[in-house]
Design a binder for this molecule. Structure first.
Ligand SMILES: [Zn+2]
Length: 229
């Protein structure tokens, strides 16, 4: 009896964890985590920018002649509006990654709305583009997010593979991404580290230098998230 109760409590807890953070869960707010499986294409996405380190990534992507998707934080856009604009002008897609990068656990619908609307306005002001995509910080969806996404016509985007580039070395990041690559994969990397100024993104840059040629050798092209869905 007690065992059965504990088992059902554990099951409920793991179900709740899946609902909130599972990459394929749309129970709390709808999101996509994988693009069109019929296209030999991958979408690289970069979160937490813009940062002082973003221009180095822009240069690299330009050299590879490829487009990516950048999920920006509103506070970073207000700190670095010119870099935000450079990202848009280079033809990359821009998504909303909240204003100040909070985990949305236990946050009120009003708080969630403010985080989204402030980022949406700051991004539009700096780049001239209102995002159509949203990625929740830490992948955490919480009640209130569904309605906020609807109000702002935002599609939630999770990932097929996440490189953990904030803590791993470039070869380790590249290994995760190359193993996770498949048709329509959405890959999560970072050109910032939450709101930290001048973040060290060398692991990210070096991983991109490995990932792009390796996937091209396998016949993949690189697309923005909207084009891969
Ligand atoms: Zn983030």
């Amino acid at each position: 009896m007690v065992e059965a109760m504990l088992a059902s409590v554990a099951a409920a807890a793991s179900f709740a964890a899946y609902a909130v953070r599972g990459k394929s869960s749309s129970l709390i707010a709808p999101s996509v985590w994988q693009g069109d499986r019929s296209k030999r294409a991958v979408a690289l996405t970069f979160d937490d920018g813009p940062s002082e380190s973003t221009p180095a990534l822009l240069e690299l992507l330009a050299r590879f002649d490829m487009r990516a998707t950048f999920f920006m934080c509103g506070a970073n856009v207000r700190r670095l509006p010119i870099i935000a604009r450079q990202v848009a002008e280079a033809g990359h897609e821009i998504g909303n990654h909240t204003d100040t990068h909070p985990a949305l656990y236990f946050k009120s619908p009003g708080f969630i709305e403010q985080e989204i609307v402030r980022a949406q306005e700051s991004i539009a002001q700096a780049t001239g583009v209102a995002p159509r995509l949203f990625r929740a910080p830490y992948g955490v969806r919480w009640p209130g997010l569904r309605a906020a996404q609807q109000r702002h016509a935002l599609t939630g985007v999770m990932w097929t593979a996440i490189g953990r580039d904030w803590k791993l070395t470039a070869p380790q990041v590249a290994d995760i991404v190359l193993k996770g690559a498949r048709n329509g994969a959405i890959v999560c990397l970072h050109d910032g580290r939450a709101l930290t100024p001048t973040p060290d993104i060398r692991a990210t840059l070096d991983a991109v230098r490995i990932i792009v040629p390796a996937l091209r050798d396998q016949g993949f092209t690189f697309e923005t998230v909207s084009r891969i869905l």
